[in-house]
Each structure stands twice: as structure tokens, then as C-alpha cells.
Design a protein around this ligand. Structure first.
Ligand code: FMN
Length: 333
């Protein structure tokens, strides 16, 4: 009897984090599929260059899905045309789960959960403009009293999607609380297309629990921000010794190296635009990544406090060099 196949490991779209350097880092560490940060369909439709930065890809990333958010068929269609022409993505994904007020106010993200038919219309508009597979990332509904999961699955399938990701928390819960694996299993049973599960996977045990629902893939969000090497651990075969964790310093050094390459690539790709320098990328991006990588080390709390005053990459490197391993947390430098 053959064993059920291990679900694929997927890096979630995380606005502010999953840029090309971070996606490549996770790819090197075993993520089998990666998502861009959500990009505004209206921004793409109206030629916004900073929005296009989000859709730049580094050579060597695992297959990458371009995620868009939008609430208007013309915009998502125009965005789909743009992305199709880039010839660098393996699929286009529509976000119908983001609970941020800024996104909801424009009728996008989780606001779409109020109207499953509209989700279907937006997906059809995207499908009409691309030969790439089109997918949907969604939630079971806006709140527990309004579960629209099966309506969404039906509308998405009718529009011709190739897959559905279910973040198994209602939008009203934001990103907190446990994911509802029973709902996820119902979604897998109801859907004719592969379902990717998402929510609360932080280690092998939570990955295995989600795999039991029958999902084709498991998407990991915040746990990858702390430990991108989680993908290596999740893809180890049963009984296989997982590779040792990376030290915080190893993670940091590789991430910095990839950021430098990416800054050069952006300058090359957008010669007429004001492209952030490697220094700016390192200062800006590590304001969000640094404290996660070095959490628990002696001096990490002070570094977190000082982070907003970092002006150059050298400030970042000096702060990191001042950190010391903590005997309490065991986080290695
Ligand atoms: C900082 C942050 C940014 C996020 N950005 C996006 C996004 O751009 N697109 C999206 O579909 N979901 C986004 N999400 C939701 C995640 O993709 C994921 O669904 C959520 O974090 C649950 O997975 P987790 O429990 O493994 O973190 C974001 C979540 C966080 C915490």
C-alpha cells in the first residue's frame, strides 16, 4: 500500500515581507511554491512602478505565484494582462481574505467574502486575460455566523480556478486563534480542484495535523518569518533526521546577500525609476525581519528599540554584531 503523498510546502503571501530576497531564501530552504506580496490590481492597471517592484522575481526562486487584490473587473483584468506578459509567474492568485481596513474599504480582500458571486466575476475577468492557472486565496466567511465557504468554492470553480487556498479562520478573527481543520477537511471534500490549507502551521506536528485533512499543499505564513528553514523541517521524510536549525547569523547573512543582488536587479530592470538602494532595502526591510531572527538573544530588546533610528546598512550590521547568544533562550548567533 502506498503512503499518501506529503503535501507540498508553500510560502504564504505576506505584505511587507515576501519580497524576492525572502522568497528566494525560503526557496533555498525548501519552500516548493512561493507567493508574492499582494499587489494592487488598480496600481498595476494604472502603471504604478512601486507596485511593479513587488512583482520582480530573482532567478532561482521556486515557482512563484503573483497575488493581486482588487474589487473591480477592469482592474483585475488589466493586472492579469500585465502579469501574463511578464512570463515569470506560474499562476495568478486573487486575494479574498485580507482583513486590513485599507483593503476592505476599497471593497477588496475580505470585503469580497460578503459577495461570493462577485468573487466569481473577478476570477472570470482574470481568466479571460491569461493562459496562466488562476487561483483564489480565501477564508470560510466574514464571521462565524456567516459561513460562505461552499458558495465561494462553487463560484470559484464555475469561474475555472485551478486551485483554492483556504485560510481556515473567519475574517473577523484576523490572524489569531486556531485554524479550523474540520472546515478545511469539508472544503477539501467539496472542492473538485486541489485545496491548499493555511493557518497556524508552526512545526511538524501542526503540518501533519493539517495534512490529515487531505489538502494538496500546506501554506506557512508567520512561522516562516521567524524561521525560514521551517520548510526544510516540513519536507523531511518520516523518520528522516531534520537538518539542524540555521543560526540567526546564517539567516541574516544570506538574506542580506540576496537583498544586495535584488537591489542591483531592480536598478537594472527599472533604469528610469527611483529604485531603493541596497542600503535602503537593508535598513527598511530589516526593521521588520531583524527582531524576529534574533529574538531571545542578549541585546535583541535594545536593538528592537533602536531599530527606527538605523540610517544605513552599517548601523544594522553594527547592531547585529553587538548581539550575544543568550544562555536562556538558546538562540545561537
Ligand atoms: C504581516 C502579514 C501580511 C500578510 N499579507 C498577506 C497578503 O499580502 N496576501 C494574503 O493573501 N494574505 C496575507 N496575509 C495572511 C497570510 O498569508 C496567512 O494567510 C496568515 O498569516 C495565516 O497563516 P499563518 O497562521 O501560517 O501565519 C498576511 C499576514 C500577515 C501576518
Amino acid at each position: 500500500m502506498s503512503l499518501p503523498r506529503r503535501p507540498k510546502t508553500v510560502l504564504a503571501p505576506l505584505a511587507g515581507f515576501t519580497d524576492a530576497p525572502f522568497r528566494k531564501l525560503c526557496s533555498e530552504l525548501g519552500a516548493e511554491l512561493v507567493y508574492t506580496e499582494m499587489a494592487s490590481a488598480a496600481g498595476l492597471a494604472h502603471g504604478s512602478v512601486p507596485t511593479r517592484f513587488l512583482l520582480s522575481v530573482l532567478p532561482g526562486e521556486s515557482p512563484a505565484v503573483a497575488q493581486i487584490f482588487g474589487s473591480n473587473e477592469d482592474d483585475v483584468a488589466a493586472a492579469a494582462r500585465e502579469i501574463d506578459a511578464m512570463k515569470r509567474f506560474c499562476a495568478i492568485d486573487l486575494n479574498s481574505g485580507c482583513p486590513m481596513p485599507r483593503i476592505r474599504q476599497e471593497g477588496s480582500g475580505s470585503a469580497l467574502l460578503e459577495d461570493p458571486e462577485k468573487i466569481g466575476r473577478l476570477l472570470k475577468a482574470i481568466k479571460a486575460e491569461t493562459s496562466l492557472p488562476v487561483t483564489l486565496k480565501t477564508r470560510p466567511g466574514p464571521r462565524p455566523a456567516r459561513n460562505v465557504m461552499l458558495e465561494i468554492v462553487a463560484a470559484a470553480q464555475e469561474a475555472g480556478v485551478s486551485g483554492i487556498t483556504l485560510h481556515a479562520r473567519y475574517a473577523s478573527r484576523g490572524h489569531s486563534g486556531p485554524a479550523d481543520l474540520d472546515l478545511l477537511a469539508r472544503c477539501v471534500q467539496a472542492a473538485k480542484v486541489p485545496v491548499t490549507g493555511n493557518g497556524g502551521v508552526v512545526d511538524r506536528a501542526s503540518f501533519d495535523a493539517m495534512a490529515q485533512t487531505g489538502v494538496a499543499a500546506v501554506m506557512v505564513g508567520r512561522a516562516a518569518l521567524d524561521r525560514p528553514e521551517i520548510f526544510r523541517e516540513l519536507s523531511a521524510e518520516p523518520g528522516e533526521e531534520p537538518p539542524p536549525p540555521l543560526s540567526a547569523r546564517e539567516r541574516f547573512d544570506r538574506h542580506v546577500a540576496l537583498m544586495k543582488v535584488f537591489a542591483e536587479q531592480l536598478a537594472h530592470e527599472f533604469p528610469d525609476a527611483r529604485v531603493p538602494s541596497a542600503d535602503t532595502c537593508i535598513v527598511m526591510r530589516f526593521r521588520t525581519h531583524l527582531f524576529r531572527y534574533f529574538a531571545g538573544m542578549d541585546g535583541a530588546a535594545r536593538m528592537r528599540r533602536d531599530m527606527n533610528s538605523f540610517a544605513t546598512a552599517d548601523d544594522v550590521f553594527a547592531a547585529v554584531s553587538a548581539l550575544r547568544p543568550s544562555r536562556v533562550s538558546g538562540n545561537r548567533e
